[in-house]
Write a protein that binds this ligand. Structure first.
Ligand SMILES: Cc1ncc(COP(=O)(O)O)c(C=O)c1O
Length: 383
């Protein structure tokens, strides 16, 4: 990386994480074991969910959750078009089809009214995404799911910690899936967690997480049974978390509220500093909720400036600042476009948001000087 370059989203790894990883290495137990069990317990407690299952990615978690509710060929799963491809690819893994719906302009989140129009007798589940860490409006989504007998699998890859109307995300839908990918608010490099209140779903996901074997590795080697014995009850997957990842996660979790406060502080400072500039700052739908502030996405008012979005990003890079774009809507990607014969204008809100969107650096490692540097660059480029 260039000296003096402000990266878009590096993790904040402390001495405690490093010591715990070293301890794990010395213990000799590298794969799923006591640290994963502890991370699951502490995560469940933090979110307030009855069960938390550690996995090796959010993609794996979404796949397991959809499998556990019985999604299969011929089924439809409703998901926003403005998201990462993982949300839709896991539906295809199971031979089912995603039904894309457009988003609300203000929050980038799935539009509940459009969900209602997309529901059919083939709909098996709704997969909302709490984009950037702002909760979707879950009340109408839960009501629609109940009325239509479909399940809710929430993508909370960005949403730790996120609170919706005094309820923690992770305790609302049938299952909720978090990501611990390196850029996320809790980073273990790769990793994820699924929370659920359903014992039945948890049981199925535990089995499918590890080859369809009826007990996990830890039980296999410690329970009072011959340690070589196991039974395969389904063609499962290899989605378990290793203790090396869990070792990092345990200490990231301890700091998650502090991390969120710093992100919120940065968001507030940006929003205040950008007032009057030709851009829209993130709209906070319900100020009483907690926004994890995984992303801070501005929308450029392209009509008022002489730059394209891409030129803005280049100018930010010239100023030594990393940015990103969340997201390229799925209907613009060749696979989804061609498979479902989608045109750019089929999702006008997502298309328009995409053309204006720029994600700015926001992470706890940023100093006040870093934040001011971003503000100065944005001001200079836009004025
Ligand atoms: C909205 C969303 N869902 C799912 C994922 C997949 O997460 P993972 O990399 O942990 O599989 C991502 C990753 O960036 C994401 O942004």
């Amino acid at each position: 990386m260039r000296k003096g370059f402000l990266p878009f989203s590096p993790p904040l790894i402390g001495e405690e994480e490093i010591a715990e990883v070293v301890d794990t290495l010395r213990s000799g137990w590298l794969t799923t074991g006591p640290k994963t069990a502890r991370f699951e317990r502490e995560f469940a407690q933090y979110v307030g969910a009855p069960q938390a299952l550690a996995v090796n990615s959010a993609t794996a978690g979404l796949h397991l959750a959809l499998e556990a509710i019985g999604v299969g060929p011929g089924d439809h799963v409703i998901t926003p078009v403005y998201t990462f491809t993982a949300c839709a690819e896991v539906i295809r893994y199971l031979g089912a089809d995603p039904v894309f719906v457009d988003i609300e302009r203000a929050t980038f989140n799935i539009d509940p009214q459009r969900i209602e129009r997309a529901l059919t007798s083939r709909t098996r589940a709704i997969l909302p995404v709490h984009l950037g860490g702002q909760a979707c409006d879950m009340e109408p989504i839960v009501a629609l799911a109940r009325e239509n007998g479909v399940k809710i699998i929430e993508d909370a890859a960005h949403a730790l910690p996120t609170v919706y109307k005094a309820r923690m995300v992770g305790t609302i839908g049938d299952a909720t899936v978090f990501s611990f990918y390196v850029t996320k608010t809790l980073a273990t490099g790769e990793g994820g967690m699924v929370t659920t209140a359903s014992d039945e779903m948890a049981k199925r996901m535990k089995v499918m997480r590890l080859h369809g074997i009826d007990r996990d590795v830890w039980d296999r080697y410690t329970a009072d049974k011959p340690n070589w014995y196991y039974e395969v009850v389904a063609p499962g997957f290899k989605y378990n978390m290793s203790d090396l990842m869990a070792a990092i996660g345990i200490h990231q979790l301890k700091n998650i509220d502090r991390f969120q406060k710093r992100r919120e502080e940065i968001a507030r400072r940006y929003t205040e500093a950008f007032s009057g500039l030709p851009l829209r700052t993130p709209h906070v739908a319900r100020p009483e909720d907690t926004h994890s502030w995984h992303l801070y996405v501005i929308q450029l008012e392209l009509e008022k400036i002489k730059l394209t979005r891409n030129q803005f990003i280049e100018r930010m890079a010239d100023a030594g600042i990393g940015t990103s774009v969340h997201f390229i809507p799925l209907h613009l990607h060749p696979y989804w476009r061609d498979r479902y014969s989608l045109k750019p204008e089929d999702f006008p809100v997502a298309l328009d948001c995409y053309q204006r969107a720029v994600s700015l650096p926001i992470y706890p490692k940023m100093t006040d000087d870093d934040v001011e540097r971003v503000i100065t660059a944005v001001r200079q480029i836009l004025s």
